[in-house]
Structures are given as C-alpha cells and as structure tokens.
Ligand binder design. Structure first.
Ligand code: 13P
Length: 333
C-alpha cells in the first residue's frame, strides 16, 4: 500500500474548489509515454498550472500500469527540477470500470480515480460509485463518477449512441453516491471524429465541418441543481485543423476529423466545469510532427529526431490549452 501523499501528488479536492471559485478549469491530460509526460510537465511548470495526469485502460495495456505510476512519481521530481517549487500534480485513473481496478489504483498511489458506471442502470451506477467512494475516501483519494453517455471511441470505451445527462437526476446521484465530481454528457465525445458530417454544417469557404454547439442549457440546469459542485467534461479535444492538415499533407488520411471548438470550451471553463479532458489533440500534435519529419527526411531512423520535435509540438499545444482555453496558468505558483 502506497499513499499518494508520500509521492508528492495531490488529490482533486482543493484544485477543484479553487477552479470553481476562480472560473477556470484544470487540464486533465492523458499520457502513454515518456515524451507526452515530459511535455505535460514542462508546459505546466512553465505556466505554473495545476494538472491531472490521466491513465486510461489503453495506456495501462500499452505502457503498463506500474511503470506509469512510477513515471508520475518521477514527474513530481522532474517538475521541481524545472524550477516549479510546489507542483500540483494529480494522478488519476481515467474510466475505471470495476471496483477492483479502482481499489488497486488507490492502493498503488493514485490520488484520484474515476469509476465509470455510466453504461449501467442508474441504481447500479450509484451502488458501484458509492462502493468506490467508501473505499477511496478512507485514503483521501477523490472519486469522479459519470452520468449520461458520451458517444465516440476512446481506447476500450465505445458508445454508439450518446444521451445527455438528465439534470433532474444529478442531486440524487451526487448525494447518494458521495462522488467528488461528476462527468456529464452535453454533446462532447471521445476521439478525433466527434461529429458525423450529417450533424454538422460545412463552411462554404474552407469546406471544413462546423460542429453543432454543446448543450449549454443542460449544463446551466445542472449547475443550478448542484451549485459549486465540480463538473467534468470528457471528450474535449478541439482537433486542431492545422495538425489534421499536416497529417494529410504528409501521407495521412483523416478526412472530416473534427472536435469541440475552443471558444465553447473557454465558455465551459468559466462555469462549474472544472476539469477538461484532452487526449486526442496531443496524439494529433505528436503524429503531425512525426509525419512531417519523416516526410522531409526519409532517411531519418533515430527516434529522438522525430520524437523530440513531437515533444516540442506537444509542449506548445499544452501551453496553448492552459493559457488560451482553460485559464489555469499561474494557479499553482
Ligand atoms: P478526447 O478524445 O476529446 O481528447 O477526450 C479524452 C477524454 O475524455 C479522456 O477521458
């Protein structure tokens, strides 16, 4: 049994309370490899932004859960080495699907876990969430739950149909489950193809898809029911079109990739939404940079020569999100 406090990590409680009060959101960035983690920590150290490092089931399979946890521990030391005196780093399990998995993460030094019972019947979702909360809270580990279903594909999480969170359920759910934060569904979805072309209009000048707006009316109703309660948005990548263009111009094929426009995320960050999940944008930044280097220098075979530029591109992306979209810069001096 390792407690996250001994690793220099923090849970989400104070982060979220400050974010709700201050009208900004904490970045929740997924990581699967060293370059992503280095880029996240560098961006956060340079902007003094609190951060949630997320480990998904795909990341656990790809990189190994044990290794990822040690990497997060190393991240705290790395942050200090970069001159960030008091790093606010949370290690979070993304989309935990069983009590056993959440328990193993709590026991292993995670400071926050998500139990995603959103595909279960309502009462079963409450019961499972409550069981995780009762265990996690003994160790001061915070718990995110989910109500409502997001469409899209994220590693092993696949849902064909979305349905918005029902505002009339949130008080009962939060009270009875005891969760610390709630992921809701208001139209975001996982992956780089968030909206089908038939859900969008097309910009006549550029030919690009223009996605439908998020359901801010549902968010406002939820906020009214649960004032000050931390709300989480999954599936919040914007799918920057400049990366899609670089990928497509260098041998890729990502037609009609589209995300959530950043102005909508900016608006959400000012509300009770205090955690915004971003994974796909980092994958796009990485892939765009790698494709560009390999297209320009076909003889290159040293991974450092293309993973290095990919890492630099991710630092730029993360800083942009922190400063221009979430507003979390300077909140962890
Ligand atoms: P994106 O696919 O939009 O980056 O969402 C990631 C996410 O929500 C992780 O839980």
């Amino acid at each position: 049994m390792v407690n996250y406090k001994d690793l220099g990590l923090v849970n989400t409680r104070e982060m979220f309370a400050k974010a709700v009060d201050g009208g900004y959101a904490i970045p929740a960035f997924n990581f699967n490899n060293m370059e992503q983690l280095q880029a996240i920590i560098k961006a956060c150290a340079e902007t003094k932004s609190p951060v949630i490092l997320q480990v998904s089931s795909g990341a656990r399979k790809y990189a190994n859960q044990t290794l990822l946890r040690y990497m997060a521990e190393g991240a705290v030391a790395y942050a200090k080495e970069l001159g960030w005196e008091h790093p606010q780093i949370c290690l979070h399990l993304d989309h935990g699907d069983t009590f056993e998995l959440c328990k193993s993460c709590v026991d292993f030094g995670f400071s926050s876990v998500m139990i995603d019972g959103s595909s279960l019947p309502y009462e079963e979702n409450i019961a499972l969430t409550k069981k995780v909360v009762e265990y996690a809270h003994q160790f001061d580990v915070t718990v995110e739950a989910e109500l409502g279903v997001l469409a899209g594909v994220e590693d092993d999480v696949v849902a064909e149909e979305s349905h918005y969170t029902k505002p009339e359920e949130v008080i009962d759910f939060a009270t009875r489950s005891g969760c610390d934060s709630l992921a809701i569904s208001i139209g975001t979805s996982h992956g780089a193809y968030k909206f089908k072309p038939e859900q969008c209009t097309r910009d006549p000048q550029t030919g690009r898809l223009v996605p439908p707006p998020l359901a801010f009316d549902v968010l406002a109703e939820i906020e009214k029911k649960l004032p000050g309660f931390p709300i989480v948005l999954h599936g919040s990548s914007s799918v920057p079109q400049e990366y899609v263009d670089i990928i497509n111009a260098n041998g890729g094929n990502m037609p009609d990739a589209v995300g959530v426009p950043e102005d909508q995320l900016r608006k959400a960050a000012k509300s009770a939404v205090c955690k915004i999940n971003i994974d796909s944008d980092s994958r796009l930044a990485f892939t765009a940079a790698v494709r560009k280097v390999l297209a320009e220098k076909p003889g290159e075979f040293d991974p450092r020569k293309y993973c290095g530029p990919a890492r630099d591109e991710m630092v730029k992306l993360y800083k942009h999100k922190i400063i221009e979209v979430l507003g979390s810069d300077g909140k962890a001096e």
